[in-house]
Design a protein around this ligand. Structure first.
Ligand SMILES: Cc1cc2nc3c(=O)[nH]c(=O)nc-3n(C[C@H](O)[C@H](O)[C@H](O)COP(=O)(O)OP(=O)(O)OC[C@H]3O[C@@H](n4cnc5c(N)ncnc54)[C@H](O)[C@@H]3O)c2cc1C
Length: 433
């Protein structure tokens, strides 16, 4: 059954740049465009900015990019020391501090922030995107923009605008969803830290992850929770636990969302008990907080003028139209069909470039994507999706959007060399060896 709901919608604002989504990519896109002098709208469906940096409860900030980007500024704002590329030395940031400092970060005179406002439709004329429609507490309103940046993670704006999208690997399965949580009360003298499969930390004579696997075989832990990841945080005695998981969830389908949340919160209770009863130093630990929303690793990837592959990332690909330089992270595929990692061997990548063409969705004008939904394959996405890299993407696209608005051109006709020069003038390294 279908109903026709078409109605006229009030245009609440007209902008140079409309940024949808305020995660690591969106906040950087909005601030970068605003600092270039553009009039910007930043739209967020939740009541706080930050995406996975805040409500998603994801940390530490992993990955690396070349020097001079907004990523360096944000790491400093959030008060975290430099992580190594995969976070071996990394600590999860303080999520409460993040809510405050990221709000200050986007509180720029050129930015109007629309919180608790969900993009639910787009305004189009032919192939040209003119703006977005928001579902708000006042009903629907429209924001028009010369350029729109889709930083929703889910590629929702691009999808609604008709750009081609893909989800998951060939069988359609995507990486599992996870709800991260924090435990306090860990005895630092005994309490192990384990950041995942790349970590060989031991518990006595045994590799910690083998110990967890053995516990799962003995029925002390569900098999799918055997990859116990315990990151340190900026506070003594705390661990950021990235271990819960539900497979077979498609977070672009509304009927999947509550079922996942229900199961994930049950898993938090199970894990808390497992840690208390089985891990030295964890006997007094308790869960003190968790994400306000399910952590989503993977949904739509928006197909653009170039589709980057993991094979290119592995060898440290270079492009003439580079806008993110020396991005670095492993291809980290949490198993879409079960526990642990999807592949037997982790794929390491040489520092790689992301080209401008991965940010311009096919078939739509006036639109960029930034963040985890850019144009790449399922395996490539598993690397560039980490937050350092998403921040650098957002900044690059924010500067580009402001240039398009100023010059009255579409992303597809922007002079990329001029963009690179503008980025270099700001101290962003795009070409070092
Ligand atoms: C469980 C888990 C663990 C992870 N671990 C790490 C880690 O340790 N380190 C790391 O660096 N990365 C990690 N990642 C990856 C990383 O967090 C994400 O890939 C990254 O945050 C993507 O950034 P983004 O800006 O594209 O999207 P997001 O951070 O998802 O932000 C998107 C924003 O858009 C908003 N939005 C969505 N739809 C709409 C709409 N219709 N209208 C308005 N707003 C909308 C969302 O509310 C959100 O604020 C992890 C991810 C998950 C899920």
């Amino acid at each position: 059954m279908r109903v026709n709901c078409s109605r006229e919608v009030e245009v609440r604002g007209t902008y140079d740049v409309v940024v949808a989504g305020s995660g690591p990519a969106g906040i950087c896109a909005a601030v970068a465009a605003a600092r270039e002098g553009a009039k910007v709208a930043l739209v967020e469906r939740y009541g706080v900015v930050g995406g996975n940096l805040t409500v998603g409860y994801v940390g530490p900030i992993l990955g690396m990019v070349a020097k001079g980007t907004m990523r360096d500024e944000l790491v400093e704002l959030l008060g975290v020391e430099e992580n190594d590329m995969i976070g071996r030395t990394g600590r999860a940031h303080d999520f409460e501090r993040a809510k405050r400092v990221l709000a200050q970060f986007v509180a720029h005179p050129n930015i109007d922030v629309y919180l608790q406002s969900s993009v639910c439709d787009v305004v189009k004329e032919g192939d040209a995107l003119r703006g977005v429609v928001l579902a708000t507490n006042e009903g629907q309103i429209a924001l028009l923009g010369k350029v729109t940046v889709d930083a929703t993670g889910d590629g929702l704006v691009a999808y609604l605008a008709g750009a081609p999208t893909e989800k998951g690997r060939d069988d359609g399965l995507m990486q599992p969803v996870t709800l991260e949580f924090t435990i306090a009360g860990v005895d630092e003298k005994q309490g192990v830290i384990c950041i995942g499969d790349v970590d060989d930390v031991r518990l006595g004579e045994e590799r910690f992850l083998d110990f967890c696997k053995r516990c799962a075989d003995e029925g002390k832990l569900p098999q799918k929770l055997a990859a116990v990841r315990l990151h340190p945080t900026v506070r003594e005695g705390e661990r950021q636990v990235n271990t819960t998981q539900v497979n077979g969830v498609d977070m672009t389908r509304v009927e999947h969302i509550f079922k996942a949340d229900l199961e994930l919160r049950e898993q938090i209770a199970l894990l808390e008990q497992f840690l208390r009863e089985n891990l030295p130093g964890y006997g007094e630990c308790r869960c003190i907080a968790s994400g306000a929303t399910t952590g989503v690793r993977e949904t739509r990837r928006v197909m653009g003028d170039y589709v980057i592959t993991a094979e290119e990332l592995a060898v440290g690909c270079r492009f003439d139209d580079v806008i993110v330089h020396k991005a670095e992270f492993i291809v980290d595929i949490h198993n879409p069909a079960g526990a642990g990692q999807a592949e037997e061997h982790i794929q390491y990548c040489d520092p790689y470039d992301l080209p401008y063409r991965c940010f311009t969705p096919r078939g739509v004008e006036n639109l960029y994507v930034a963040g985890r939904c850019i144009s790449g394959t399922h395996r490539a996405h598993a690397s560039y999706r980490v937050m350092s890299i998403c921040m650098a993407m957002g900044e690059a696209v924010g500067i580009a959007s402001a240039m398009c608005a100023e010059q009255g051109c579409s992303p597809r006709t922007l002079d990329v060399k001029a963009l690179q020069q503008r980025m270099a003038d700001k101290g962003i390294d795009l070409f070092s060896k």
